[in-house]
Design a protein around this ligand. Structure first.
Ligand code: SAM
Length: 231
């Protein structure tokens, strides 16, 4: 049964790719990141918790708790409408009823630009003063990895567009750490390197824009510089 479902998904993705090839963007250059050379998301999260002496963690999108169960901290809350975590609901449902504050929030739910921006703004409202927001899947390697809705098995969605938008805000300071598919880092302080763009249709950005303006748009940092960035 599972094999049939996998076969069906593979055929569906192939069909969607052919359709996209004719009607969608045609820019196929690749960003050549080898993620196996970098620390994992949970190592980065745990090191930040230790460095900042954080006490509370919120994860949006837990799946099979691959990260969630690897995080050691006093208070751990996880939200996912399907599986994993502690609260079986969407992030919107969770935030609409939540009154708690968190030191560190890891956004890894629905990888769609509009939802990610909502998750960021809701997270900012329940972040402690010295807190930090991290986002997963900010650095797609190919056009296919970032198309929403998903048409590839290895998928990051268009989370990167939310990072570009955050880079233009005055009141938050946003970076992308080169590790584990791109870890967005948002610090609630004045933007120290504000991105000036002459357009505000972030959803309409193309993969080619990302490829050609990569460093400037994403404000890249090496993983060993993350502590300097957030201190
Ligand atoms: C990529 S997985 C998360 C992986 C996990 N955080 C990890 O580190 O391995 C994305 C998860 O987001 C969940 N999700 C989808 N839509 C969501 C929403 N609106 N709110 C919260 N979670 C959502 C999915 O059910 C899925 O389990």
């Amino acid at each position: 049964m599972a094999e049939r479902e996998n076969l069906f998904t593979t055929i569906k993705y192939k069909f969607e790719k052919i359709k996209y090839f004719f009607y969608g963007e045609k820019f196929f250059k690749k960003k050549r990141y080898d993620w196996s050379k970098y620390p994992t998301r949970f190592e980065i999260i745990q090191n930040i918790i230790k460095f900042k002496n954080y006490k509370s963690y919120l994860e949006i999108g837990c799946d099979r708790n691959q990260s969630f169960l690897n995080i050691n901290i006093d208070k751990r809350v996880g939200v996912d409408p399907v599986e994993g975590g502690t609260h079986k609901m969407t992030s919107d449902e969770f935030f609409s009823n939540n009154n708690d504050k968190f030191d560190i929030i890891f956004i890894d739910g629905l990888h769609q630009y509009e939802q990610v921006i909502k998750d960021v703004n809701n997270s900012l409202n329940c972040l402690t003063k010295n807190g930090i927001i991290l986002l997963h899947d900010c650095l797609p390697r190919t056009l296919w990895n970032q198309i929403y809705p998903r048409i590839n098995s290895d998928w990051n969605g268009d989370v990167w567009k939310a990072i570009v938008e955050c880079r233009t805000y005055e009141n938050i300071d946003t970076y992308t750490c080169i590790a584990d598919r791109g870890i967005g880092v948002i610090v609630p302080r004045k933007n120290m390197n504000k991105l000036i763009l002459n357009k505000n249709d972030f959803k309409g950005l193309k993969y080619k824009d990302y490829y050609q303006n990569h460093e400037q748009y994403m404000n890249l940092i090496e993983h060993h510089d993350i502590f300097l960035t957030i201190e």
